[in-house]
Design a protein. Structure first.
Length: 181
């Protein structure tokens, strides 16, 4: 009997721990348009694309992840949802399945700001729980970024190609501690 594999509409096998990689320009652009003060933590840093944007903006970084994926500035491995460590800011592309839990936890632990990459189509459905949080801004990402699984991203980069062709829209939801609006 042949074992069936779950394949998404791109033809990729589902990535373990929902490791899907944002384009490097997303972190660079976020830190160009939004001013952050203090260190920035990415608790699901993957290959470090978001953190490289923070570093380019001259910000101190504290990247960690559930799994060591080879990012040279990795601060350690841990389960973010079990962490109680506070940071000035968080900027992350979390697994989209538990995005509410990741977002709420980051807002609890942040001293200043939290930036979360978010599938745009899920913003309306998330409205019920987003109302409880200090959501200050939403940045829609254009051009449309491609977010392939980590293994596909590595293969593309090794072949000298950039990921492209995604059909989903994404945004960054920005939360500011104690914001009321």
């Amino acid at each position: 009997m042949t074992k069936l594999k779950v394949i998404n509409k791109h033809g990729w096998e589902r990535e373990e721990h929902e490791h899907y990689v944002e384009s490097p320009w997303i972190g660079r652009r976020l830190f160009e348009v939004e001013r952050f003060e203090g260190e920035v933590c990415d608790p699901c840093c993957g290959f470090g694309n978001m953190m490289e944007g923070a570093r380019a903006a001259g910000l101190p970084i504290r990247p960690f992840d559930l799994v060591n994926r080879g990012y040279e500035h990795l601060w350690g491995t841990r389960d973010f949802l079990q962490s109680r460590q506070r940071f000035a800011n968080f900027a992350m592309n979390p697994p989209f399945g538990p995005i509410e839990e990741f977002t709420r936890h980051a807002v609890r632990l942040a001293e200043r700001k939290v930036a979360v990459v978010f599938p745009a189509r899920r913003l309306n459905a998330a409205g019920a729980w987003l109302r409880d949080l200090p959501l200050a801004r939403i940045y829609f990402l254009t051009p449309r970024p491609s977010m392939p699984p980590g293994h596909v991203y590595r293969e593309l980069l090794a072949a000298g190609k950039e990921p492209s062709g995604d059909t989903k829209d994404y945004a960054i939801a920005l939360f500011i501690k104690n914001f009321e609006g």
